[in-house]
Design a protein around this ligand. Structure first.
Ligand code: ATP
Ligand code: MG
Length: 418
């Protein structure tokens, strides 16, 4: 089986000014393709050091995959370093030049002269076009056939190049016997340890597919990973395990793979023929943001209000002043009044409300930081409310409260009442 090492080029990476997101993304793509990644590196914009690293990697692996340093500026040295490592010079690729000129034309400006150097690639390269930028990528070979692939550092340029050009080439060249296929089962409303307990023996018994439980902020995923020659074989291995896991987690599974909680909520709203409104205090608009993240949100979302100050809770949502005075803003009564008020204010069939203490200040022994009340109300008055104490800093509390509110709405729509 083929083995490679990954190299992220850029001094910013070594100074801690830029987080390397390319390496994990590329590693995932490769493992899903059945190519082993045996090492990863970050290195500065230094011609000698890049060349020396490329030589080291090629001495022990089938290939090296580099990102970054392909641009036209003086600190972009990856190509020169690769030429040094392999003892090659460059040659002009007319096709790359033509494509670059076209890209600049589409921007409506002439190509600067220093961009021309980008069309010169190491001799014998297989160019990879860059429809999303100007620097072409390339795959080039050492005399013994080992390869070096170079792609731009900008993720939005690198990813499509990897998917459409490098991966197909790697597949053809190494025809890996097995790839890793993954299925993610998303749950809400059940904790990581509870999920773990319910499926623990499947875990221990299963080598292929492998199972992993992953906790996110307020959600838990079960990941099923199968090593298989093709997707049909993977599906045969995954399907029985998946249905057993879903049986054991019945009532908590809201979706698979790319499906989000907001999508699951939207589907449930659609089925129920309802449009939702939001009334947010401590989540500060995050709930509305989560709901509107997906295209087509307008079909199931009316709108919302960030009722942060009590005066806004009264004026926009009709929360009674005496209730606020008596129970405080963070209370069951206020959460329920906010949700009912939002139904009325937005002429919505259903509404969800949050009110809590995100911290770090404002907590009392009675109402500590992290305490949040949630309510879901229907226009006909049916209401449920929940109190949760979240741990973590302000952002964590807000994030988890947002997820919880969406989850409560999803559970309500599935019939949860008491
Ligand atoms: P350009 O043509 O834009 O100069 P390049 O191939 O020369 O592209 P770099 O100059 O190394 O790439 O990086 C350009 C930008 O791409 C960086 O400022 C950064 O925003 C992003 N980038 C580069 N490498 C990475 C990485 N490993 N992870 C995430 N982002 C990266
Ligand atoms: Mg650059």
């Amino acid at each position: 089986m083929a083995g490679v090492e990954l190299v992220a080029v850029g001094t910013e990476l070594l100074l801690g000014q830029l987080v390397d997101t390319n390496t994990p993304w590329i590693a995932q793509q490769l493992s899903a393709t059945g190519i082993d990644v045996f090492g990863t590196h970050a290195i500065g914009d230094n011609r000698e050091r890049i060349a020396s690293l490329v030589r080291d990697v090629l001495a022990r692996r089938d290939g090296a995959i580099l990102t970054g340093g392909l641009g036209p500026t003086v600190d972009d040295l990856t190509k020169e370093a690769v030429c040094d490592a392999l003892g090659l010079d460059t040659e002009l690729y007319e096709a790359a030049l033509t494509q670059m000129i076209a890209v600049f034309e589409s921007f409506g400006r002439p190509m600067p002269e220093n961009n021309r150097k980008q069309a010169a690639l190491p001799r014998g390269s297989r160019p990879m076009v860059n429809p999303n930028g100007t620097a072409p990528g390339f795959i080039v070979f050492a005399s013994d056939g080992r390869f070096v692939a170079c792609m731009p550092g900008v993720p939005s340029e690198m990813k499509p190049m990897m998917t459409a050009q490098l991966l197909p080439w790697l597949r053809e060249r190494f025809s890996p016997e097995a790839s890793i296929f993954t299925r993610v089962v998303h749950t809400i409303g059940i904790g990581e340890s509870d999920v773990d307990r319910r499926i623990e023996n499947l875990f221990r018994e299963s080598e292929n597919p492998k199972i992993a439980v992953l906790a996110h902020d307020g959600r838990t995923d079960v990941k099923i990973m199968a090593k298989a020659p093709d997707s049909a074989a993977a599906e045969r291995a995954i399907a029985p395990l998946q249905s057993e896991i879903e049986r054991r987690l019945d009532g908590f599974v809201y979706g698979h793979d790319d499906e989000t909680l907001a999508t699951a909520v939207a589907t449930s709203l659609h089925v129920a023929g309802l449009v939702v409104a939001t009334a947010e205090s401590c989540t500060g608009g995050r709930l509305a943001a989560a709901i509107t993240e997906r295209a087509g949100a307008s079909q199931t979302y009316a709108g919302g209000v960030i009722a942060y100050d009590n005066a806004v809770k009264i004026a926009s949502l009709g929360v009674p002043q005496p209730l606020l005075a008596q129970d405080g803003a963070v209370s069951r009564g206020v959460a329920e009044a906010m949700a009912r008020g939002a139904c009325t204010a937005f002429s919505a069939g259903i509404a969800v409300a949050t009110t809590g203490i995100a911290g770090p200040d404002g907590g009392t022994p009675d109402k500590p930081v992290g305490l949040v009340w949630f309510a879901v109300a229907m226009a006909d008055g049916t209401t449920i409310s929940r109190q949760v104490r979240f741990r973590g800093d302000r952002i964590v509390v807000q994030t988890r409260a947002t997820t919880y509110a969406l989850g409560l709405l999803w559970r309500f729509l599935r019939g949860e009442r008491d």
